[in-house]
Every structure is written in C-alpha cells, then in structure tokens.
Design a protein. Structure first.
Length: 212
C-alpha cells in the first residue's frame, strides 16, 4: 500500500514539474510573440494553431511573409488562452486557423462539440476584424490512423456548422485525394515537406480567391 502511495506521489511531483516547465516555455513564447507584434507590418497572413503549423515553419515550405503562431501541444483551450497576444494583437488581417488534433488525440473530445468550439473561436477572432480561414483537420496515418474516424467526424461537423463568412480550407480532402505510396507524414500526423508544399499551395489559392 505504501508503495502505491509513493508511486502516486511521484507521479504528482513529476506532473507538477512538467507543468512548470511548460508554463515557463509558454511564457517565453508569448513574450516573443509580443515583441514580434511590434515589428510586423500590417496585412500579413497569420497561422494560428498547434504543432501542425509550427512544423510548417521548419519544413522550408512556408512563405516568408506568413507569420507562424503554431505551438506544439496546444489544444483549443490553449490557443484561446493565448489568443490576445498571439493573434489579436498581431497586425495581420487574415488568420489561418487549424486546431483540434490534440483535443482528439489526448482528450478524446467529442467531434461535434469540438467543431462547435472551433467555430466559436473563429467567430471570436473575426470579431476583431480578421478574415478567418478555418481548416479541416488533416487525415491521420499509421500509427495514428485510429484518429481517422474522429477526424472525419470533426470535419463533417465543421462543414455543416461553419458559416459562409469563414472560408473553409479543405485540407483533409486535398491530402486524401492523391496520397503518395509512403503517405504524407513522418509520424502519422505531421507532414513531410511535400505535404506542407501541398498545404501551402491550397491555402494560397483560398487566400487569393478571397481577395478577388
């Protein structure tokens, strides 16, 4: 019994330590975003989301004029908590929003509830004068193909719920239509460079269409 108590206590200590490290890292990231906001010119495109966007920055596919505010591990609630500094305070007029994979992966969140929360977040961003390009979640590949069903259901709910004022970027449909023999990802969800190039081209087309 004592050993079980010690194990629980150790898990609690380790969990608290991980949270402190994550909070400190998050604080540094937000401070960097605040400093960058002061230097940004108006009218750029901002990417708001999790590691799917964060990895785009290092893939070599992201255009230099796009501002990347993806943060690894973020769930929807995390992005909402940092929304003011990371998104609203940035002088960008167009926001690409892709969030929710971690909610499905770690929290097993209900897809319909998640889609409703994504639309609510898009509305909150748009209320500050931004055009929000809401993304379908990309398909899960092995070893994360167990996410395929929840991702499809989330995307279906998004398509039915999303108002016309928010352009929908059909990322899942785009990547599912022409899958390379070895897939798009390196780990089941994060894209290889060719996948990000496909994503960038898709988003660029939607940005252009919205401007014309």
């Amino acid at each position: 019994m004592r050993s079980l108590d010690l194990a629980r206590e150790l898990r609690g200590v380790l969990g608290a330590a991980r949270n402190r490290v994550r909070c400190a890292r998050r604080g540094r990231r937000l401070a960097a975003h605040a400093r960058e906001n002061e230097r940004l010119p108006r009218g750029l495109v901002l990417l708001a989301g999790d590691s799917l966007f964060e990895a785009m920055a290092s893939s070599g596919a992201q255009p230099a004029c796009w501002v990347n505010r993806g943060v690894s591990g973020d769930r929807l609630r995390d992005l909402r908590e940092r929304l003011e500094v990371s998104v609203i305070d940035a002088p960008c007029t167009r926001v690409a929003l892709c969030i929710g994979t971690n909610d499905l992966m770690h929290d097993r969140r209900d897809p319909d509830e998640l889609a409703a929360a994504i639309v609510e977040l898009a509305d909150a961003i748009a209320a500050h004068g931004r055009c929000v390009f809401v993304h379908e979640l990309p398909p899960g590949e092995p070893p994360l193909d167990h996410l395929a069903g929840p991702i499809r259901r989330t995307n279906a709910a998004l398509r039915s719920r999303l108002p016309a004022r928010h352009p929908l970027v059909p990322l899942h449909s785009e990547l599912s239509a022409d899958v390379p023999p070895d897939g798009w990802t390196r780990d089941g969800i994060h894209l290889e460079r060719r996948g990000y190039e496909r994503w960038v081209a898709l988003l660029a087309r939607h940005l252009e269409n919205a401007s014309s």
